[in-house]
Design a protein around this ligand. Structure first.
Ligand SMILES: Nc1ncnc2c1ncn2[C@@H]1O[C@H](COP(=O)(O)OP(=O)(O)OP(=O)(O)O)[C@@H](O)[C@H]1O
Ligand SMILES: [Mg+2]
Length: 257
């Protein structure tokens, strides 16, 4: 289990993440939701050990991830928000590089990379330089790289952005399959922030967010589901309906006011 306890991050004194607590259990898909600038990626950077929190803790299986960051990262697959790819490498070469940096045996990496490229509809593009890939293709290479070492913890920071309907369906299927295999899955998604982006939910009138900080999870911002089941937010008020990544993913955001 991945536990986030009273996480706070301040930049120049201003809180971006404010006392957030929630747990991500194996076999569940947990959604972490919020509008632009609400601190989702900052939280993720802390969860992946890239950034230190101002206060609070992140525990994996009861141990602080900073106690042995290398061991934690070996069990972590992470799709960052910003693609950080080498355009002159082919998709296959990039995955081979990623596997090599993880210290995986090269024959195993090549076999698994080819499987993932097939799975993610990139088999024909495996010999093409990534610089020539479309946005959605780059996104799928990042997903493949995150899955290469069969990690126990998976964090996807807006991994569905740029994917077309076919690949979105594939990605949703993949999430469910990972959860069914007992993985810890955290899915970061953006909620609309403007009035026109907000859809009324259960008869409530949509209202703009007054505060853009993430506060007080899990009631405000997490959503969990059993593998294969419907995903509903464990939110307090369910004031807003939000952009949803799929039929089985119906989170509601209740940002703080
Ligand atoms: N290193 C930094 N120094 C100062 N401010 C930062 C830093 N990193 C992030 N911020 C600020 O923290 C806030 C939250 O940023 P973050 O990237 O976590 O938001 P987000 O919820 O992921 O947004 P988006 O939906 O646009 O991806 C923003 O106002 C951003 O400018
Ligand atoms: Mg972000």
């Amino acid at each position: 289990m991945l536990e986030i306890r009273n996480l706070t991050k301040r930049f120049r004194g201003a809180p971006v993440v404010d006392d957030v607590s929630f747990a991500v259990r194996p076999g569940e898909i947990t959604g972490y939701l919020g509008p632009n600038g609400s601190g989702k990626s900052t939280t993720v950077k802390i969860l992946t050990g890239l950034l230190h929190a101002t206060s609070g803790h992140v525990l994996y299986q009861g141990q602080d991830i900073f106690h042995d960051t290398i061991a934690f990262r070996q069990r972590l697959g992470y799709v960052p928000e910003e693609p950080n790819l080498y355009g002159y490498l082919t998709g296959l070469e990039y995955l081979q590089l990623a596997g090599g940096l993880r210290g995986l045996p090269s024959n195993m990496v090549t076999r698994r990379a080819n499987q993932l490229l097939d799975l993610l509809y990139l088999h024909e593009a495996r010999w093409l330089a990534i610089g020539n890939y479309s946005k959605g293709m780059k996104q799928r290479v990042l997903i493949a790289a995150a899955l290469l070492h069969d990690p126990d913890v998976l964090i996807f920071d807006e991994a569905q952005s740029g994917l077309d309907i076919t690949n979105s369906l594939l990605f949703r299927h993949l999430l469910r399959e990972l959860a069914a295999r007992g993985k810890v899955v955290l899915y970061i998604a953006c909620t609309g922030v403007g009035r026109k982006d907000l859809r009324p939910h259960r008869g409530h009138r949509p209202r703009p967010h007054r505060s853009r900080r993430l506060r007080g999870a899990p009631a405000d911002i997490t959503a969990t589901a059993e593998p294969g089941g419907s995903l509903h937010a464990a939110c307090a008020s369910g004031r807003f309906g939000v952009e949803s990544p799929g039929d089985n993913f119906r989170p509601h955001s209740a940002m703080t006011h």
